[in-house]
Design a protein around this ligand. Structure first.
Ligand code: MG
Length: 387
């Protein structure tokens, strides 16, 4: 016998402020729908999924699975109907004939856990139904038509219900086929209790986190939950050492007989750092942001450019966490300037000097750095989403 699951993704995204189905909203690079299907797949509790979509979304779905991969459990995609009930019924009819337990789940609940799925499945086997439910923790008021509250409801006798909702497959199918249309039917639990007198409520467990993504705030919160905490980028740069130029490294001018050649101040170390920061955010590189043909950047301090990189990151919703810069330079000795360099970079980035590391090394006379022809720099930087 099989456990089937009908995933309903036929709704529109109006309350989320979207112009398209919210199931296709990307959460940290992967759609809500894919995240929900991933959770069902990785539970190991489901044998087959029927996905119910709106006809308008079929091409969007095709694009999504091309990009994100198809869930191996999705055996069939069917078109939804006028109402949620029609959509679920279409899904139920498409399940394998040897299905014994069916779960109905909203695509907009990507946080569904293995524990929740196990609980509703177990209860559906024992009691014919298992609907995930939560105790009410807020005080509940009953309001009069004028909006005034004159009565406090006993919350101990109240439960909110969510999806997944699990049922004996044949019983739920019969309820859909025999029960008359009812405007108040918002979910399958309602239909089941009308048909059979009651529905079994399953233990919430960690169901508190089983949020249905509805408002823009829900999506922002979900994005943070799925986004990796840190992103990493690397940067590398080289400039030639020539006479008649200033030597500026990490924003600090260093007395030396030669300086670095370039369109800006040629601060090779700050350039490597900027590329690491931009790389971490997948925002390109400094060549793209500050073209060396643009007269606006002639002899400009790279610390000014670093502040702009910070603003660019900020516009994309990121901030620098920490960075490490290694300058490869045979001469002059940089040790006396390291602390000043860290302070200059830290203030341009608006982070503590404790989060900025600058190191210098020689190459024991080898290569172009060792021969004093140029200076190279490497950097690694981490960034995080602004909370
Ligand atoms: Mg450069």
């Amino acid at each position: 016998m099989k456990t089937g699951c009908v995933v309903v993704a036929a709704g529109r995204g109006k309350r989320a402020g979207l112009t398209y189905n919210k199931a296709f909203y990307p959460l940290a690079g992967r759609s809500v729908l894919s995240r929900t299907l991933d959770a069902l797949f990785h539970s190991g509790e489901i044998d087959e999924i029927i996905l119910v979509l709106h006809g308008d979304d079929l091409s969007l779905y095709e694009e999504t699975i091309c990009r994100e991969g198809a869930c191996p459990l999705v055996k069939n995609v069917v078109l939804g109907g006028e109402t949620r009930r029609d959509s679920v019924y279409a899904g139920l009819k498409a399940l394998s004939k040897d299905t014994d337990i069916v779960l109905v789940h909203d695509a907009a609940r990507p946080f569904v856990s293995k524990e929740i799925i196990q609980n509703v499945k177990r209860d559906a086997r024992s009691f014919g139904s298992g609907v995930i439910s939560c105790a009410v923790t807020d005080t509940v008021k009953r309001i009069s038509p004028d909006g005034a509250a004159r009565e406090t409801v006993d919350r101990n006798v109240l439960r909110t219900v969510q999806t997944p909702q699990a049922f004996d497959y044949q019983k739920l199918l019969r309820a859909h086929e025999t029960m008359p249309f009812d405007e108040g039917a918002t979910d399958d639990a309602y239909l089941f209790e009308k048909a059979y007198g009651c529905v079994h409520l399953s233990e919430a467990g960690s169901a508190r986190g089983n949020t249905k993504l509805t408002t823009p705030e829900d999506f922002a919160m979900a994005e943070m939950c799925f986004a990796p905490a840190l992103r990493v980028g690397t940067g590398y740069d080289v400039h030639r050492l020539v006479e008649g130029r200033r030597l500026v490294l990490c924003g600090v001018e260093i007395p030396y007989e030669k300086g670095l050649l370039g369109h800006s101040d040629a601060d090779v170390a700050t350039h490597a750092l900027m590329d690491a920061l931009l790389g971490a955010a997948a925002l390109g590189d400094i060549g793209k942001l500050f073209p060396d043909k643009d007269p606006a950047f002639e002899n400009i301090s790279s610390l000014v450019l670093l502040s702009r990189v910070k603003e660019t990151l900020c516009s994309a919703g990121y901030e620098a966490v920490n960075c490490d810069v290694t300058i490869v330079c045979q001469r002059p000795k940089l040790a006396p300037y390291i602390e000043q360099m860290r302070g200059a970079l830290a203030s341009a980035l608006g982070i503590s000097p404790g989060c900025v590391s600058v190191k210098a090394t020689t190459t024991e006379g080898l290569g172009f750095e060792g021969e004093g022809l140029g200076i190279s720099a490497q950097s690694v930087a981490t960034i995080q989403k602004i909370r």
